[in-house]
Design a protein around this ligand. Structure first.
Ligand code: HEC
Ligand code: HEC
Ligand code: HEC
Ligand code: HEC
Ligand code: HEC
Length: 439
């Protein structure tokens, strides 16, 4: 049944392409309108399949990392990475409203936010967000978007929800994926999500120390101990930090603007529209009701851009400077812009990972860090004897609750990438309070 239909569709499109080569553009729009009335399903193809809609947007989309990024291939088959990286998996968790609250099975918690093994594939593409495409062929199926519903946050085991209702909740579509993954108490038997409030209430308590009984250590730090990349949505909504101190509030953006306003603003260069890139496109900033009175026009505009970003960068630098033990950085440096997505956002080019020796996953570790902390546990057999010997000479890391919270906040704000543009108020308060919480 299915194959003949597909064949017919392809034929129709081919036919359409031939016809469109012959004639001028004008009448095509008229045909499209006829199609909308539902008289002739094939005619409606042209409402979308024309040079100003799908064809054009597909060209813009070539500049979107959603399309050219490689994570969808690398994570294919993974039911836990899938909900944010794979098209069919994302549609599955939206359709089934898959819960995020960790499930307690005889005292051991597990994360239920996974897709089924039969839907763990698919590059992010048009129908990831426009899941009704090619259903009715009425020519209107770009809407509804796959989801605009409130997003229960996986990092909080569902105890907190983000719901940005402006612009029909369109930001919620982005945040469903652009939210951090949970930190879990991976070294404990319960494996539950990390309790951020507990880090704040007992800042000087030991979080990790190899010298204490292993059962007291909540998780074993490694080079890879990190807040997963999708932090923009959480910072934007003013959620996701280890909130030391008081005074938390959000900038106007949180309730006034939506992700689309800046990331899908009218295209300029290779930014805007369906490239989803904000970098270098200030069109969204200056619409009436936003910054039209004091426009932001380039990366050198001071007010609302350079001053804000410089101030946040300084705070990240200050926080990193406090995250040292015996003169050794807790945070990893990586000056290579190919492998460090956040190169240039801090003076020392931190990448949000930890400075724990690991020559396999972090081959440039000794290029950018003068000294690292020791790899904890038995090194993998792939290490050379020289690497093992060197590792043994390095100091072992210890962490207090305050230091653990601080490195989570550092990673959150660094990987938000906008240096405070998303939510200046929340970012500034979080970083200021975190710096103050460290001795
Ligand atoms: C609501 C808009 C819309 C309508 C109506 C529509 N399409 Fe599409 N179609 C799309 C989009 C979006 C894509 C994906 C384009 C891309 O991936 O770059 C697509 C892709 C396709 C493809 C390529 C599929 C592939 O696997 O590469 C074919 C063939 C196609 N459409 C045929 C049709 C035919 C035939 C009709 C009319 C019966 C039709 N479409 C109506 C939006 C539409
Ligand atoms: C299905 C999940 C999903 C949805 C929905 C989604 N994104 Fe993404 N987005 C991703 C993933 C995953 C990546 C990284 C892809 C890669 O590197 O292979 C990404 C990359 C990006 C990037 C590029 C980041 C970089 O490092 O260069 C931007 C910008 C972005 N998304 C913005 C948005 C906006 C705005 C929306 C809402 C309109 C949105 N995304 C919706 C999953 C999603
Ligand atoms: C809750 C959503 C979510 C889950 C679950 C998730 N990711 Fe991601 N991941 C993202 C988003 C969003 C981005 C892109 C963020 C950006 O660039 O700002 C990303 C980026 C990445 C990148 C970086 C791609 C690049 O641009 O270089 C890798 C690698 C990655 N994820 C791997 C994984 C793996 C492996 C898993 C499963 C163990 C996983 N992710 C699970 C949301 C998620
Ligand atoms: C990451 C999510 C996402 C992906 C992927 C995506 N879109 Fe969109 N698209 C949106 C959002 C959100 C809007 C609404 C934008 C707005 O509010 O201005 C939209 C709007 C549109 C519209 C205008 C619809 C209308 O009726 O206003 C068209 C056409 C469209 N998209 C086509 C495409 C095509 C073609 C692709 C694939 C090449 C694609 N989209 C991929 C999120 C996405
Ligand atoms: C007020 C404008 C604005 C809004 C609204 C906005 N962003 Fe951004 N976003 C930016 C800017 C500016 C950057 C950094 C671009 C640069 O480096 O110049 C950025 C960076 C990003 C990045 C990293 C891009 C990259 O190239 O690595 C992601 C992902 C992202 N934003 C997602 C979102 C999501 C999801 C939302 C909605 C919850 C959102 N943004 C809302 C302005 C905005």
């Amino acid at each position: 049944m299915k194959n003949p239909i597909k064949f017919l569709l392809l034929l129709t499109v081919t036919g359409f392409i031939l016809i469109s080569c012959e004639g001028p553009m004008g009448p095509a729009g008229k045909d499209g309108l006829d199609g909308l009335a539902g008289k002739d399903a094939n005619e409606t193809c042209k409402i979308c399949h024309n040079s100003t809609s799908v064809d054009l947007i597909s060209v813009q989309y070539e500049f979107s990392k959603h399309g050219y990024g490689e994570a969808a291939f690398e994570e294919a088959g993974s039911t836990s990475c899938g909900p944010c990286h794979l098209q069919e998996a994302f549609k599955y968790v939206c359709k089934n409203n898959t819960p995020v609250a960790f499930v307690n099975t005889a005292g051991v918690y597990s994360n239920p936010y996974v897709t089924s093994s039969s839907t763990a594939y698919g590059e992010i593409g048009c129908s990831t967000c426009h899941s009704s495409l090619h259903t009715t062929f009425a020519g209107t199926e770009f809407l509804p978007l796959t989801t605009t519903a409130a997003v229960p946050m996986t990092m909080w085991s569902g105890t907190k929800t983000i719901n940005l209702t402006q612009k029909g909740g369109e930001s919620n579509l982005c945040i469903k994926c652009h939210q951090p993954r949970p930190f879990t108490r991976s070294n404990t038997t319960d494996k539950n999500v990390l309790n951020y409030a507990g880090l704040v209430s007992a800042p000087t308590a030991v979080f990790y120390d190899a010298a204490q009984s292993n059962s007291l250590n909540v998780l074993k730090p490694s080079y890879r101990t990190h807040t997963h990349y999708g932090t923009a949505g959480a910072v934007y909504a003013g959620q996701g930090g280890v909130e030391f101190g008081t005074g938390y509030a959000n900038s106007w953006h949180t309730t006034g603007a939506s992700c689309q306003d800046c990331h899908m603003a009218p295209i300029t260069g290779k930014a805007g529209g369906h490239t989803f890139v904000a970098k270098g496109n200030f069109n969204g900033c200056n619409v009436t009701g936003c910054h039209s009175a004091t426009p932001i026009t380039s990366a050198t505009t001071t007010k609302y851009w350079k001053l804000t970003r410089d101030a946040v960068k300084l705070k990240l630098d200050q926080l990193a400077a406090k995250l040292t033990i015996g003169g050794v950085d807790i945070l990893n440096r990586n000056g290579d812009a190919e492998t460090n997505l956040w190169a240039g956002l801090t003076t020392n080019n931190y990448d949000g990972y930890l400075n724990i020796y690991d020559p396999i996953t972090n081959p440039t570790v000794q290029t950018y860090n003068t000294k690292s902390f020791q790899y904890i546990g038995t090194p993998p057999s792939t290490w050379t004897q020289a690497q093992k010997d060197y590792n043994a000479t390095l100091p072992l890391i210890t962490l207090t609750n305050a230091q653990m919270g601080a490195l989570i906040n550092f990673q959150l704000c660094l990987r938000d990438y906008s240096l405070g543009i998303h939510n200046t108020t929340y970012t500034t308060t979080l970083l200021t309070n975190t710096i103050a919480a460290l001795p």
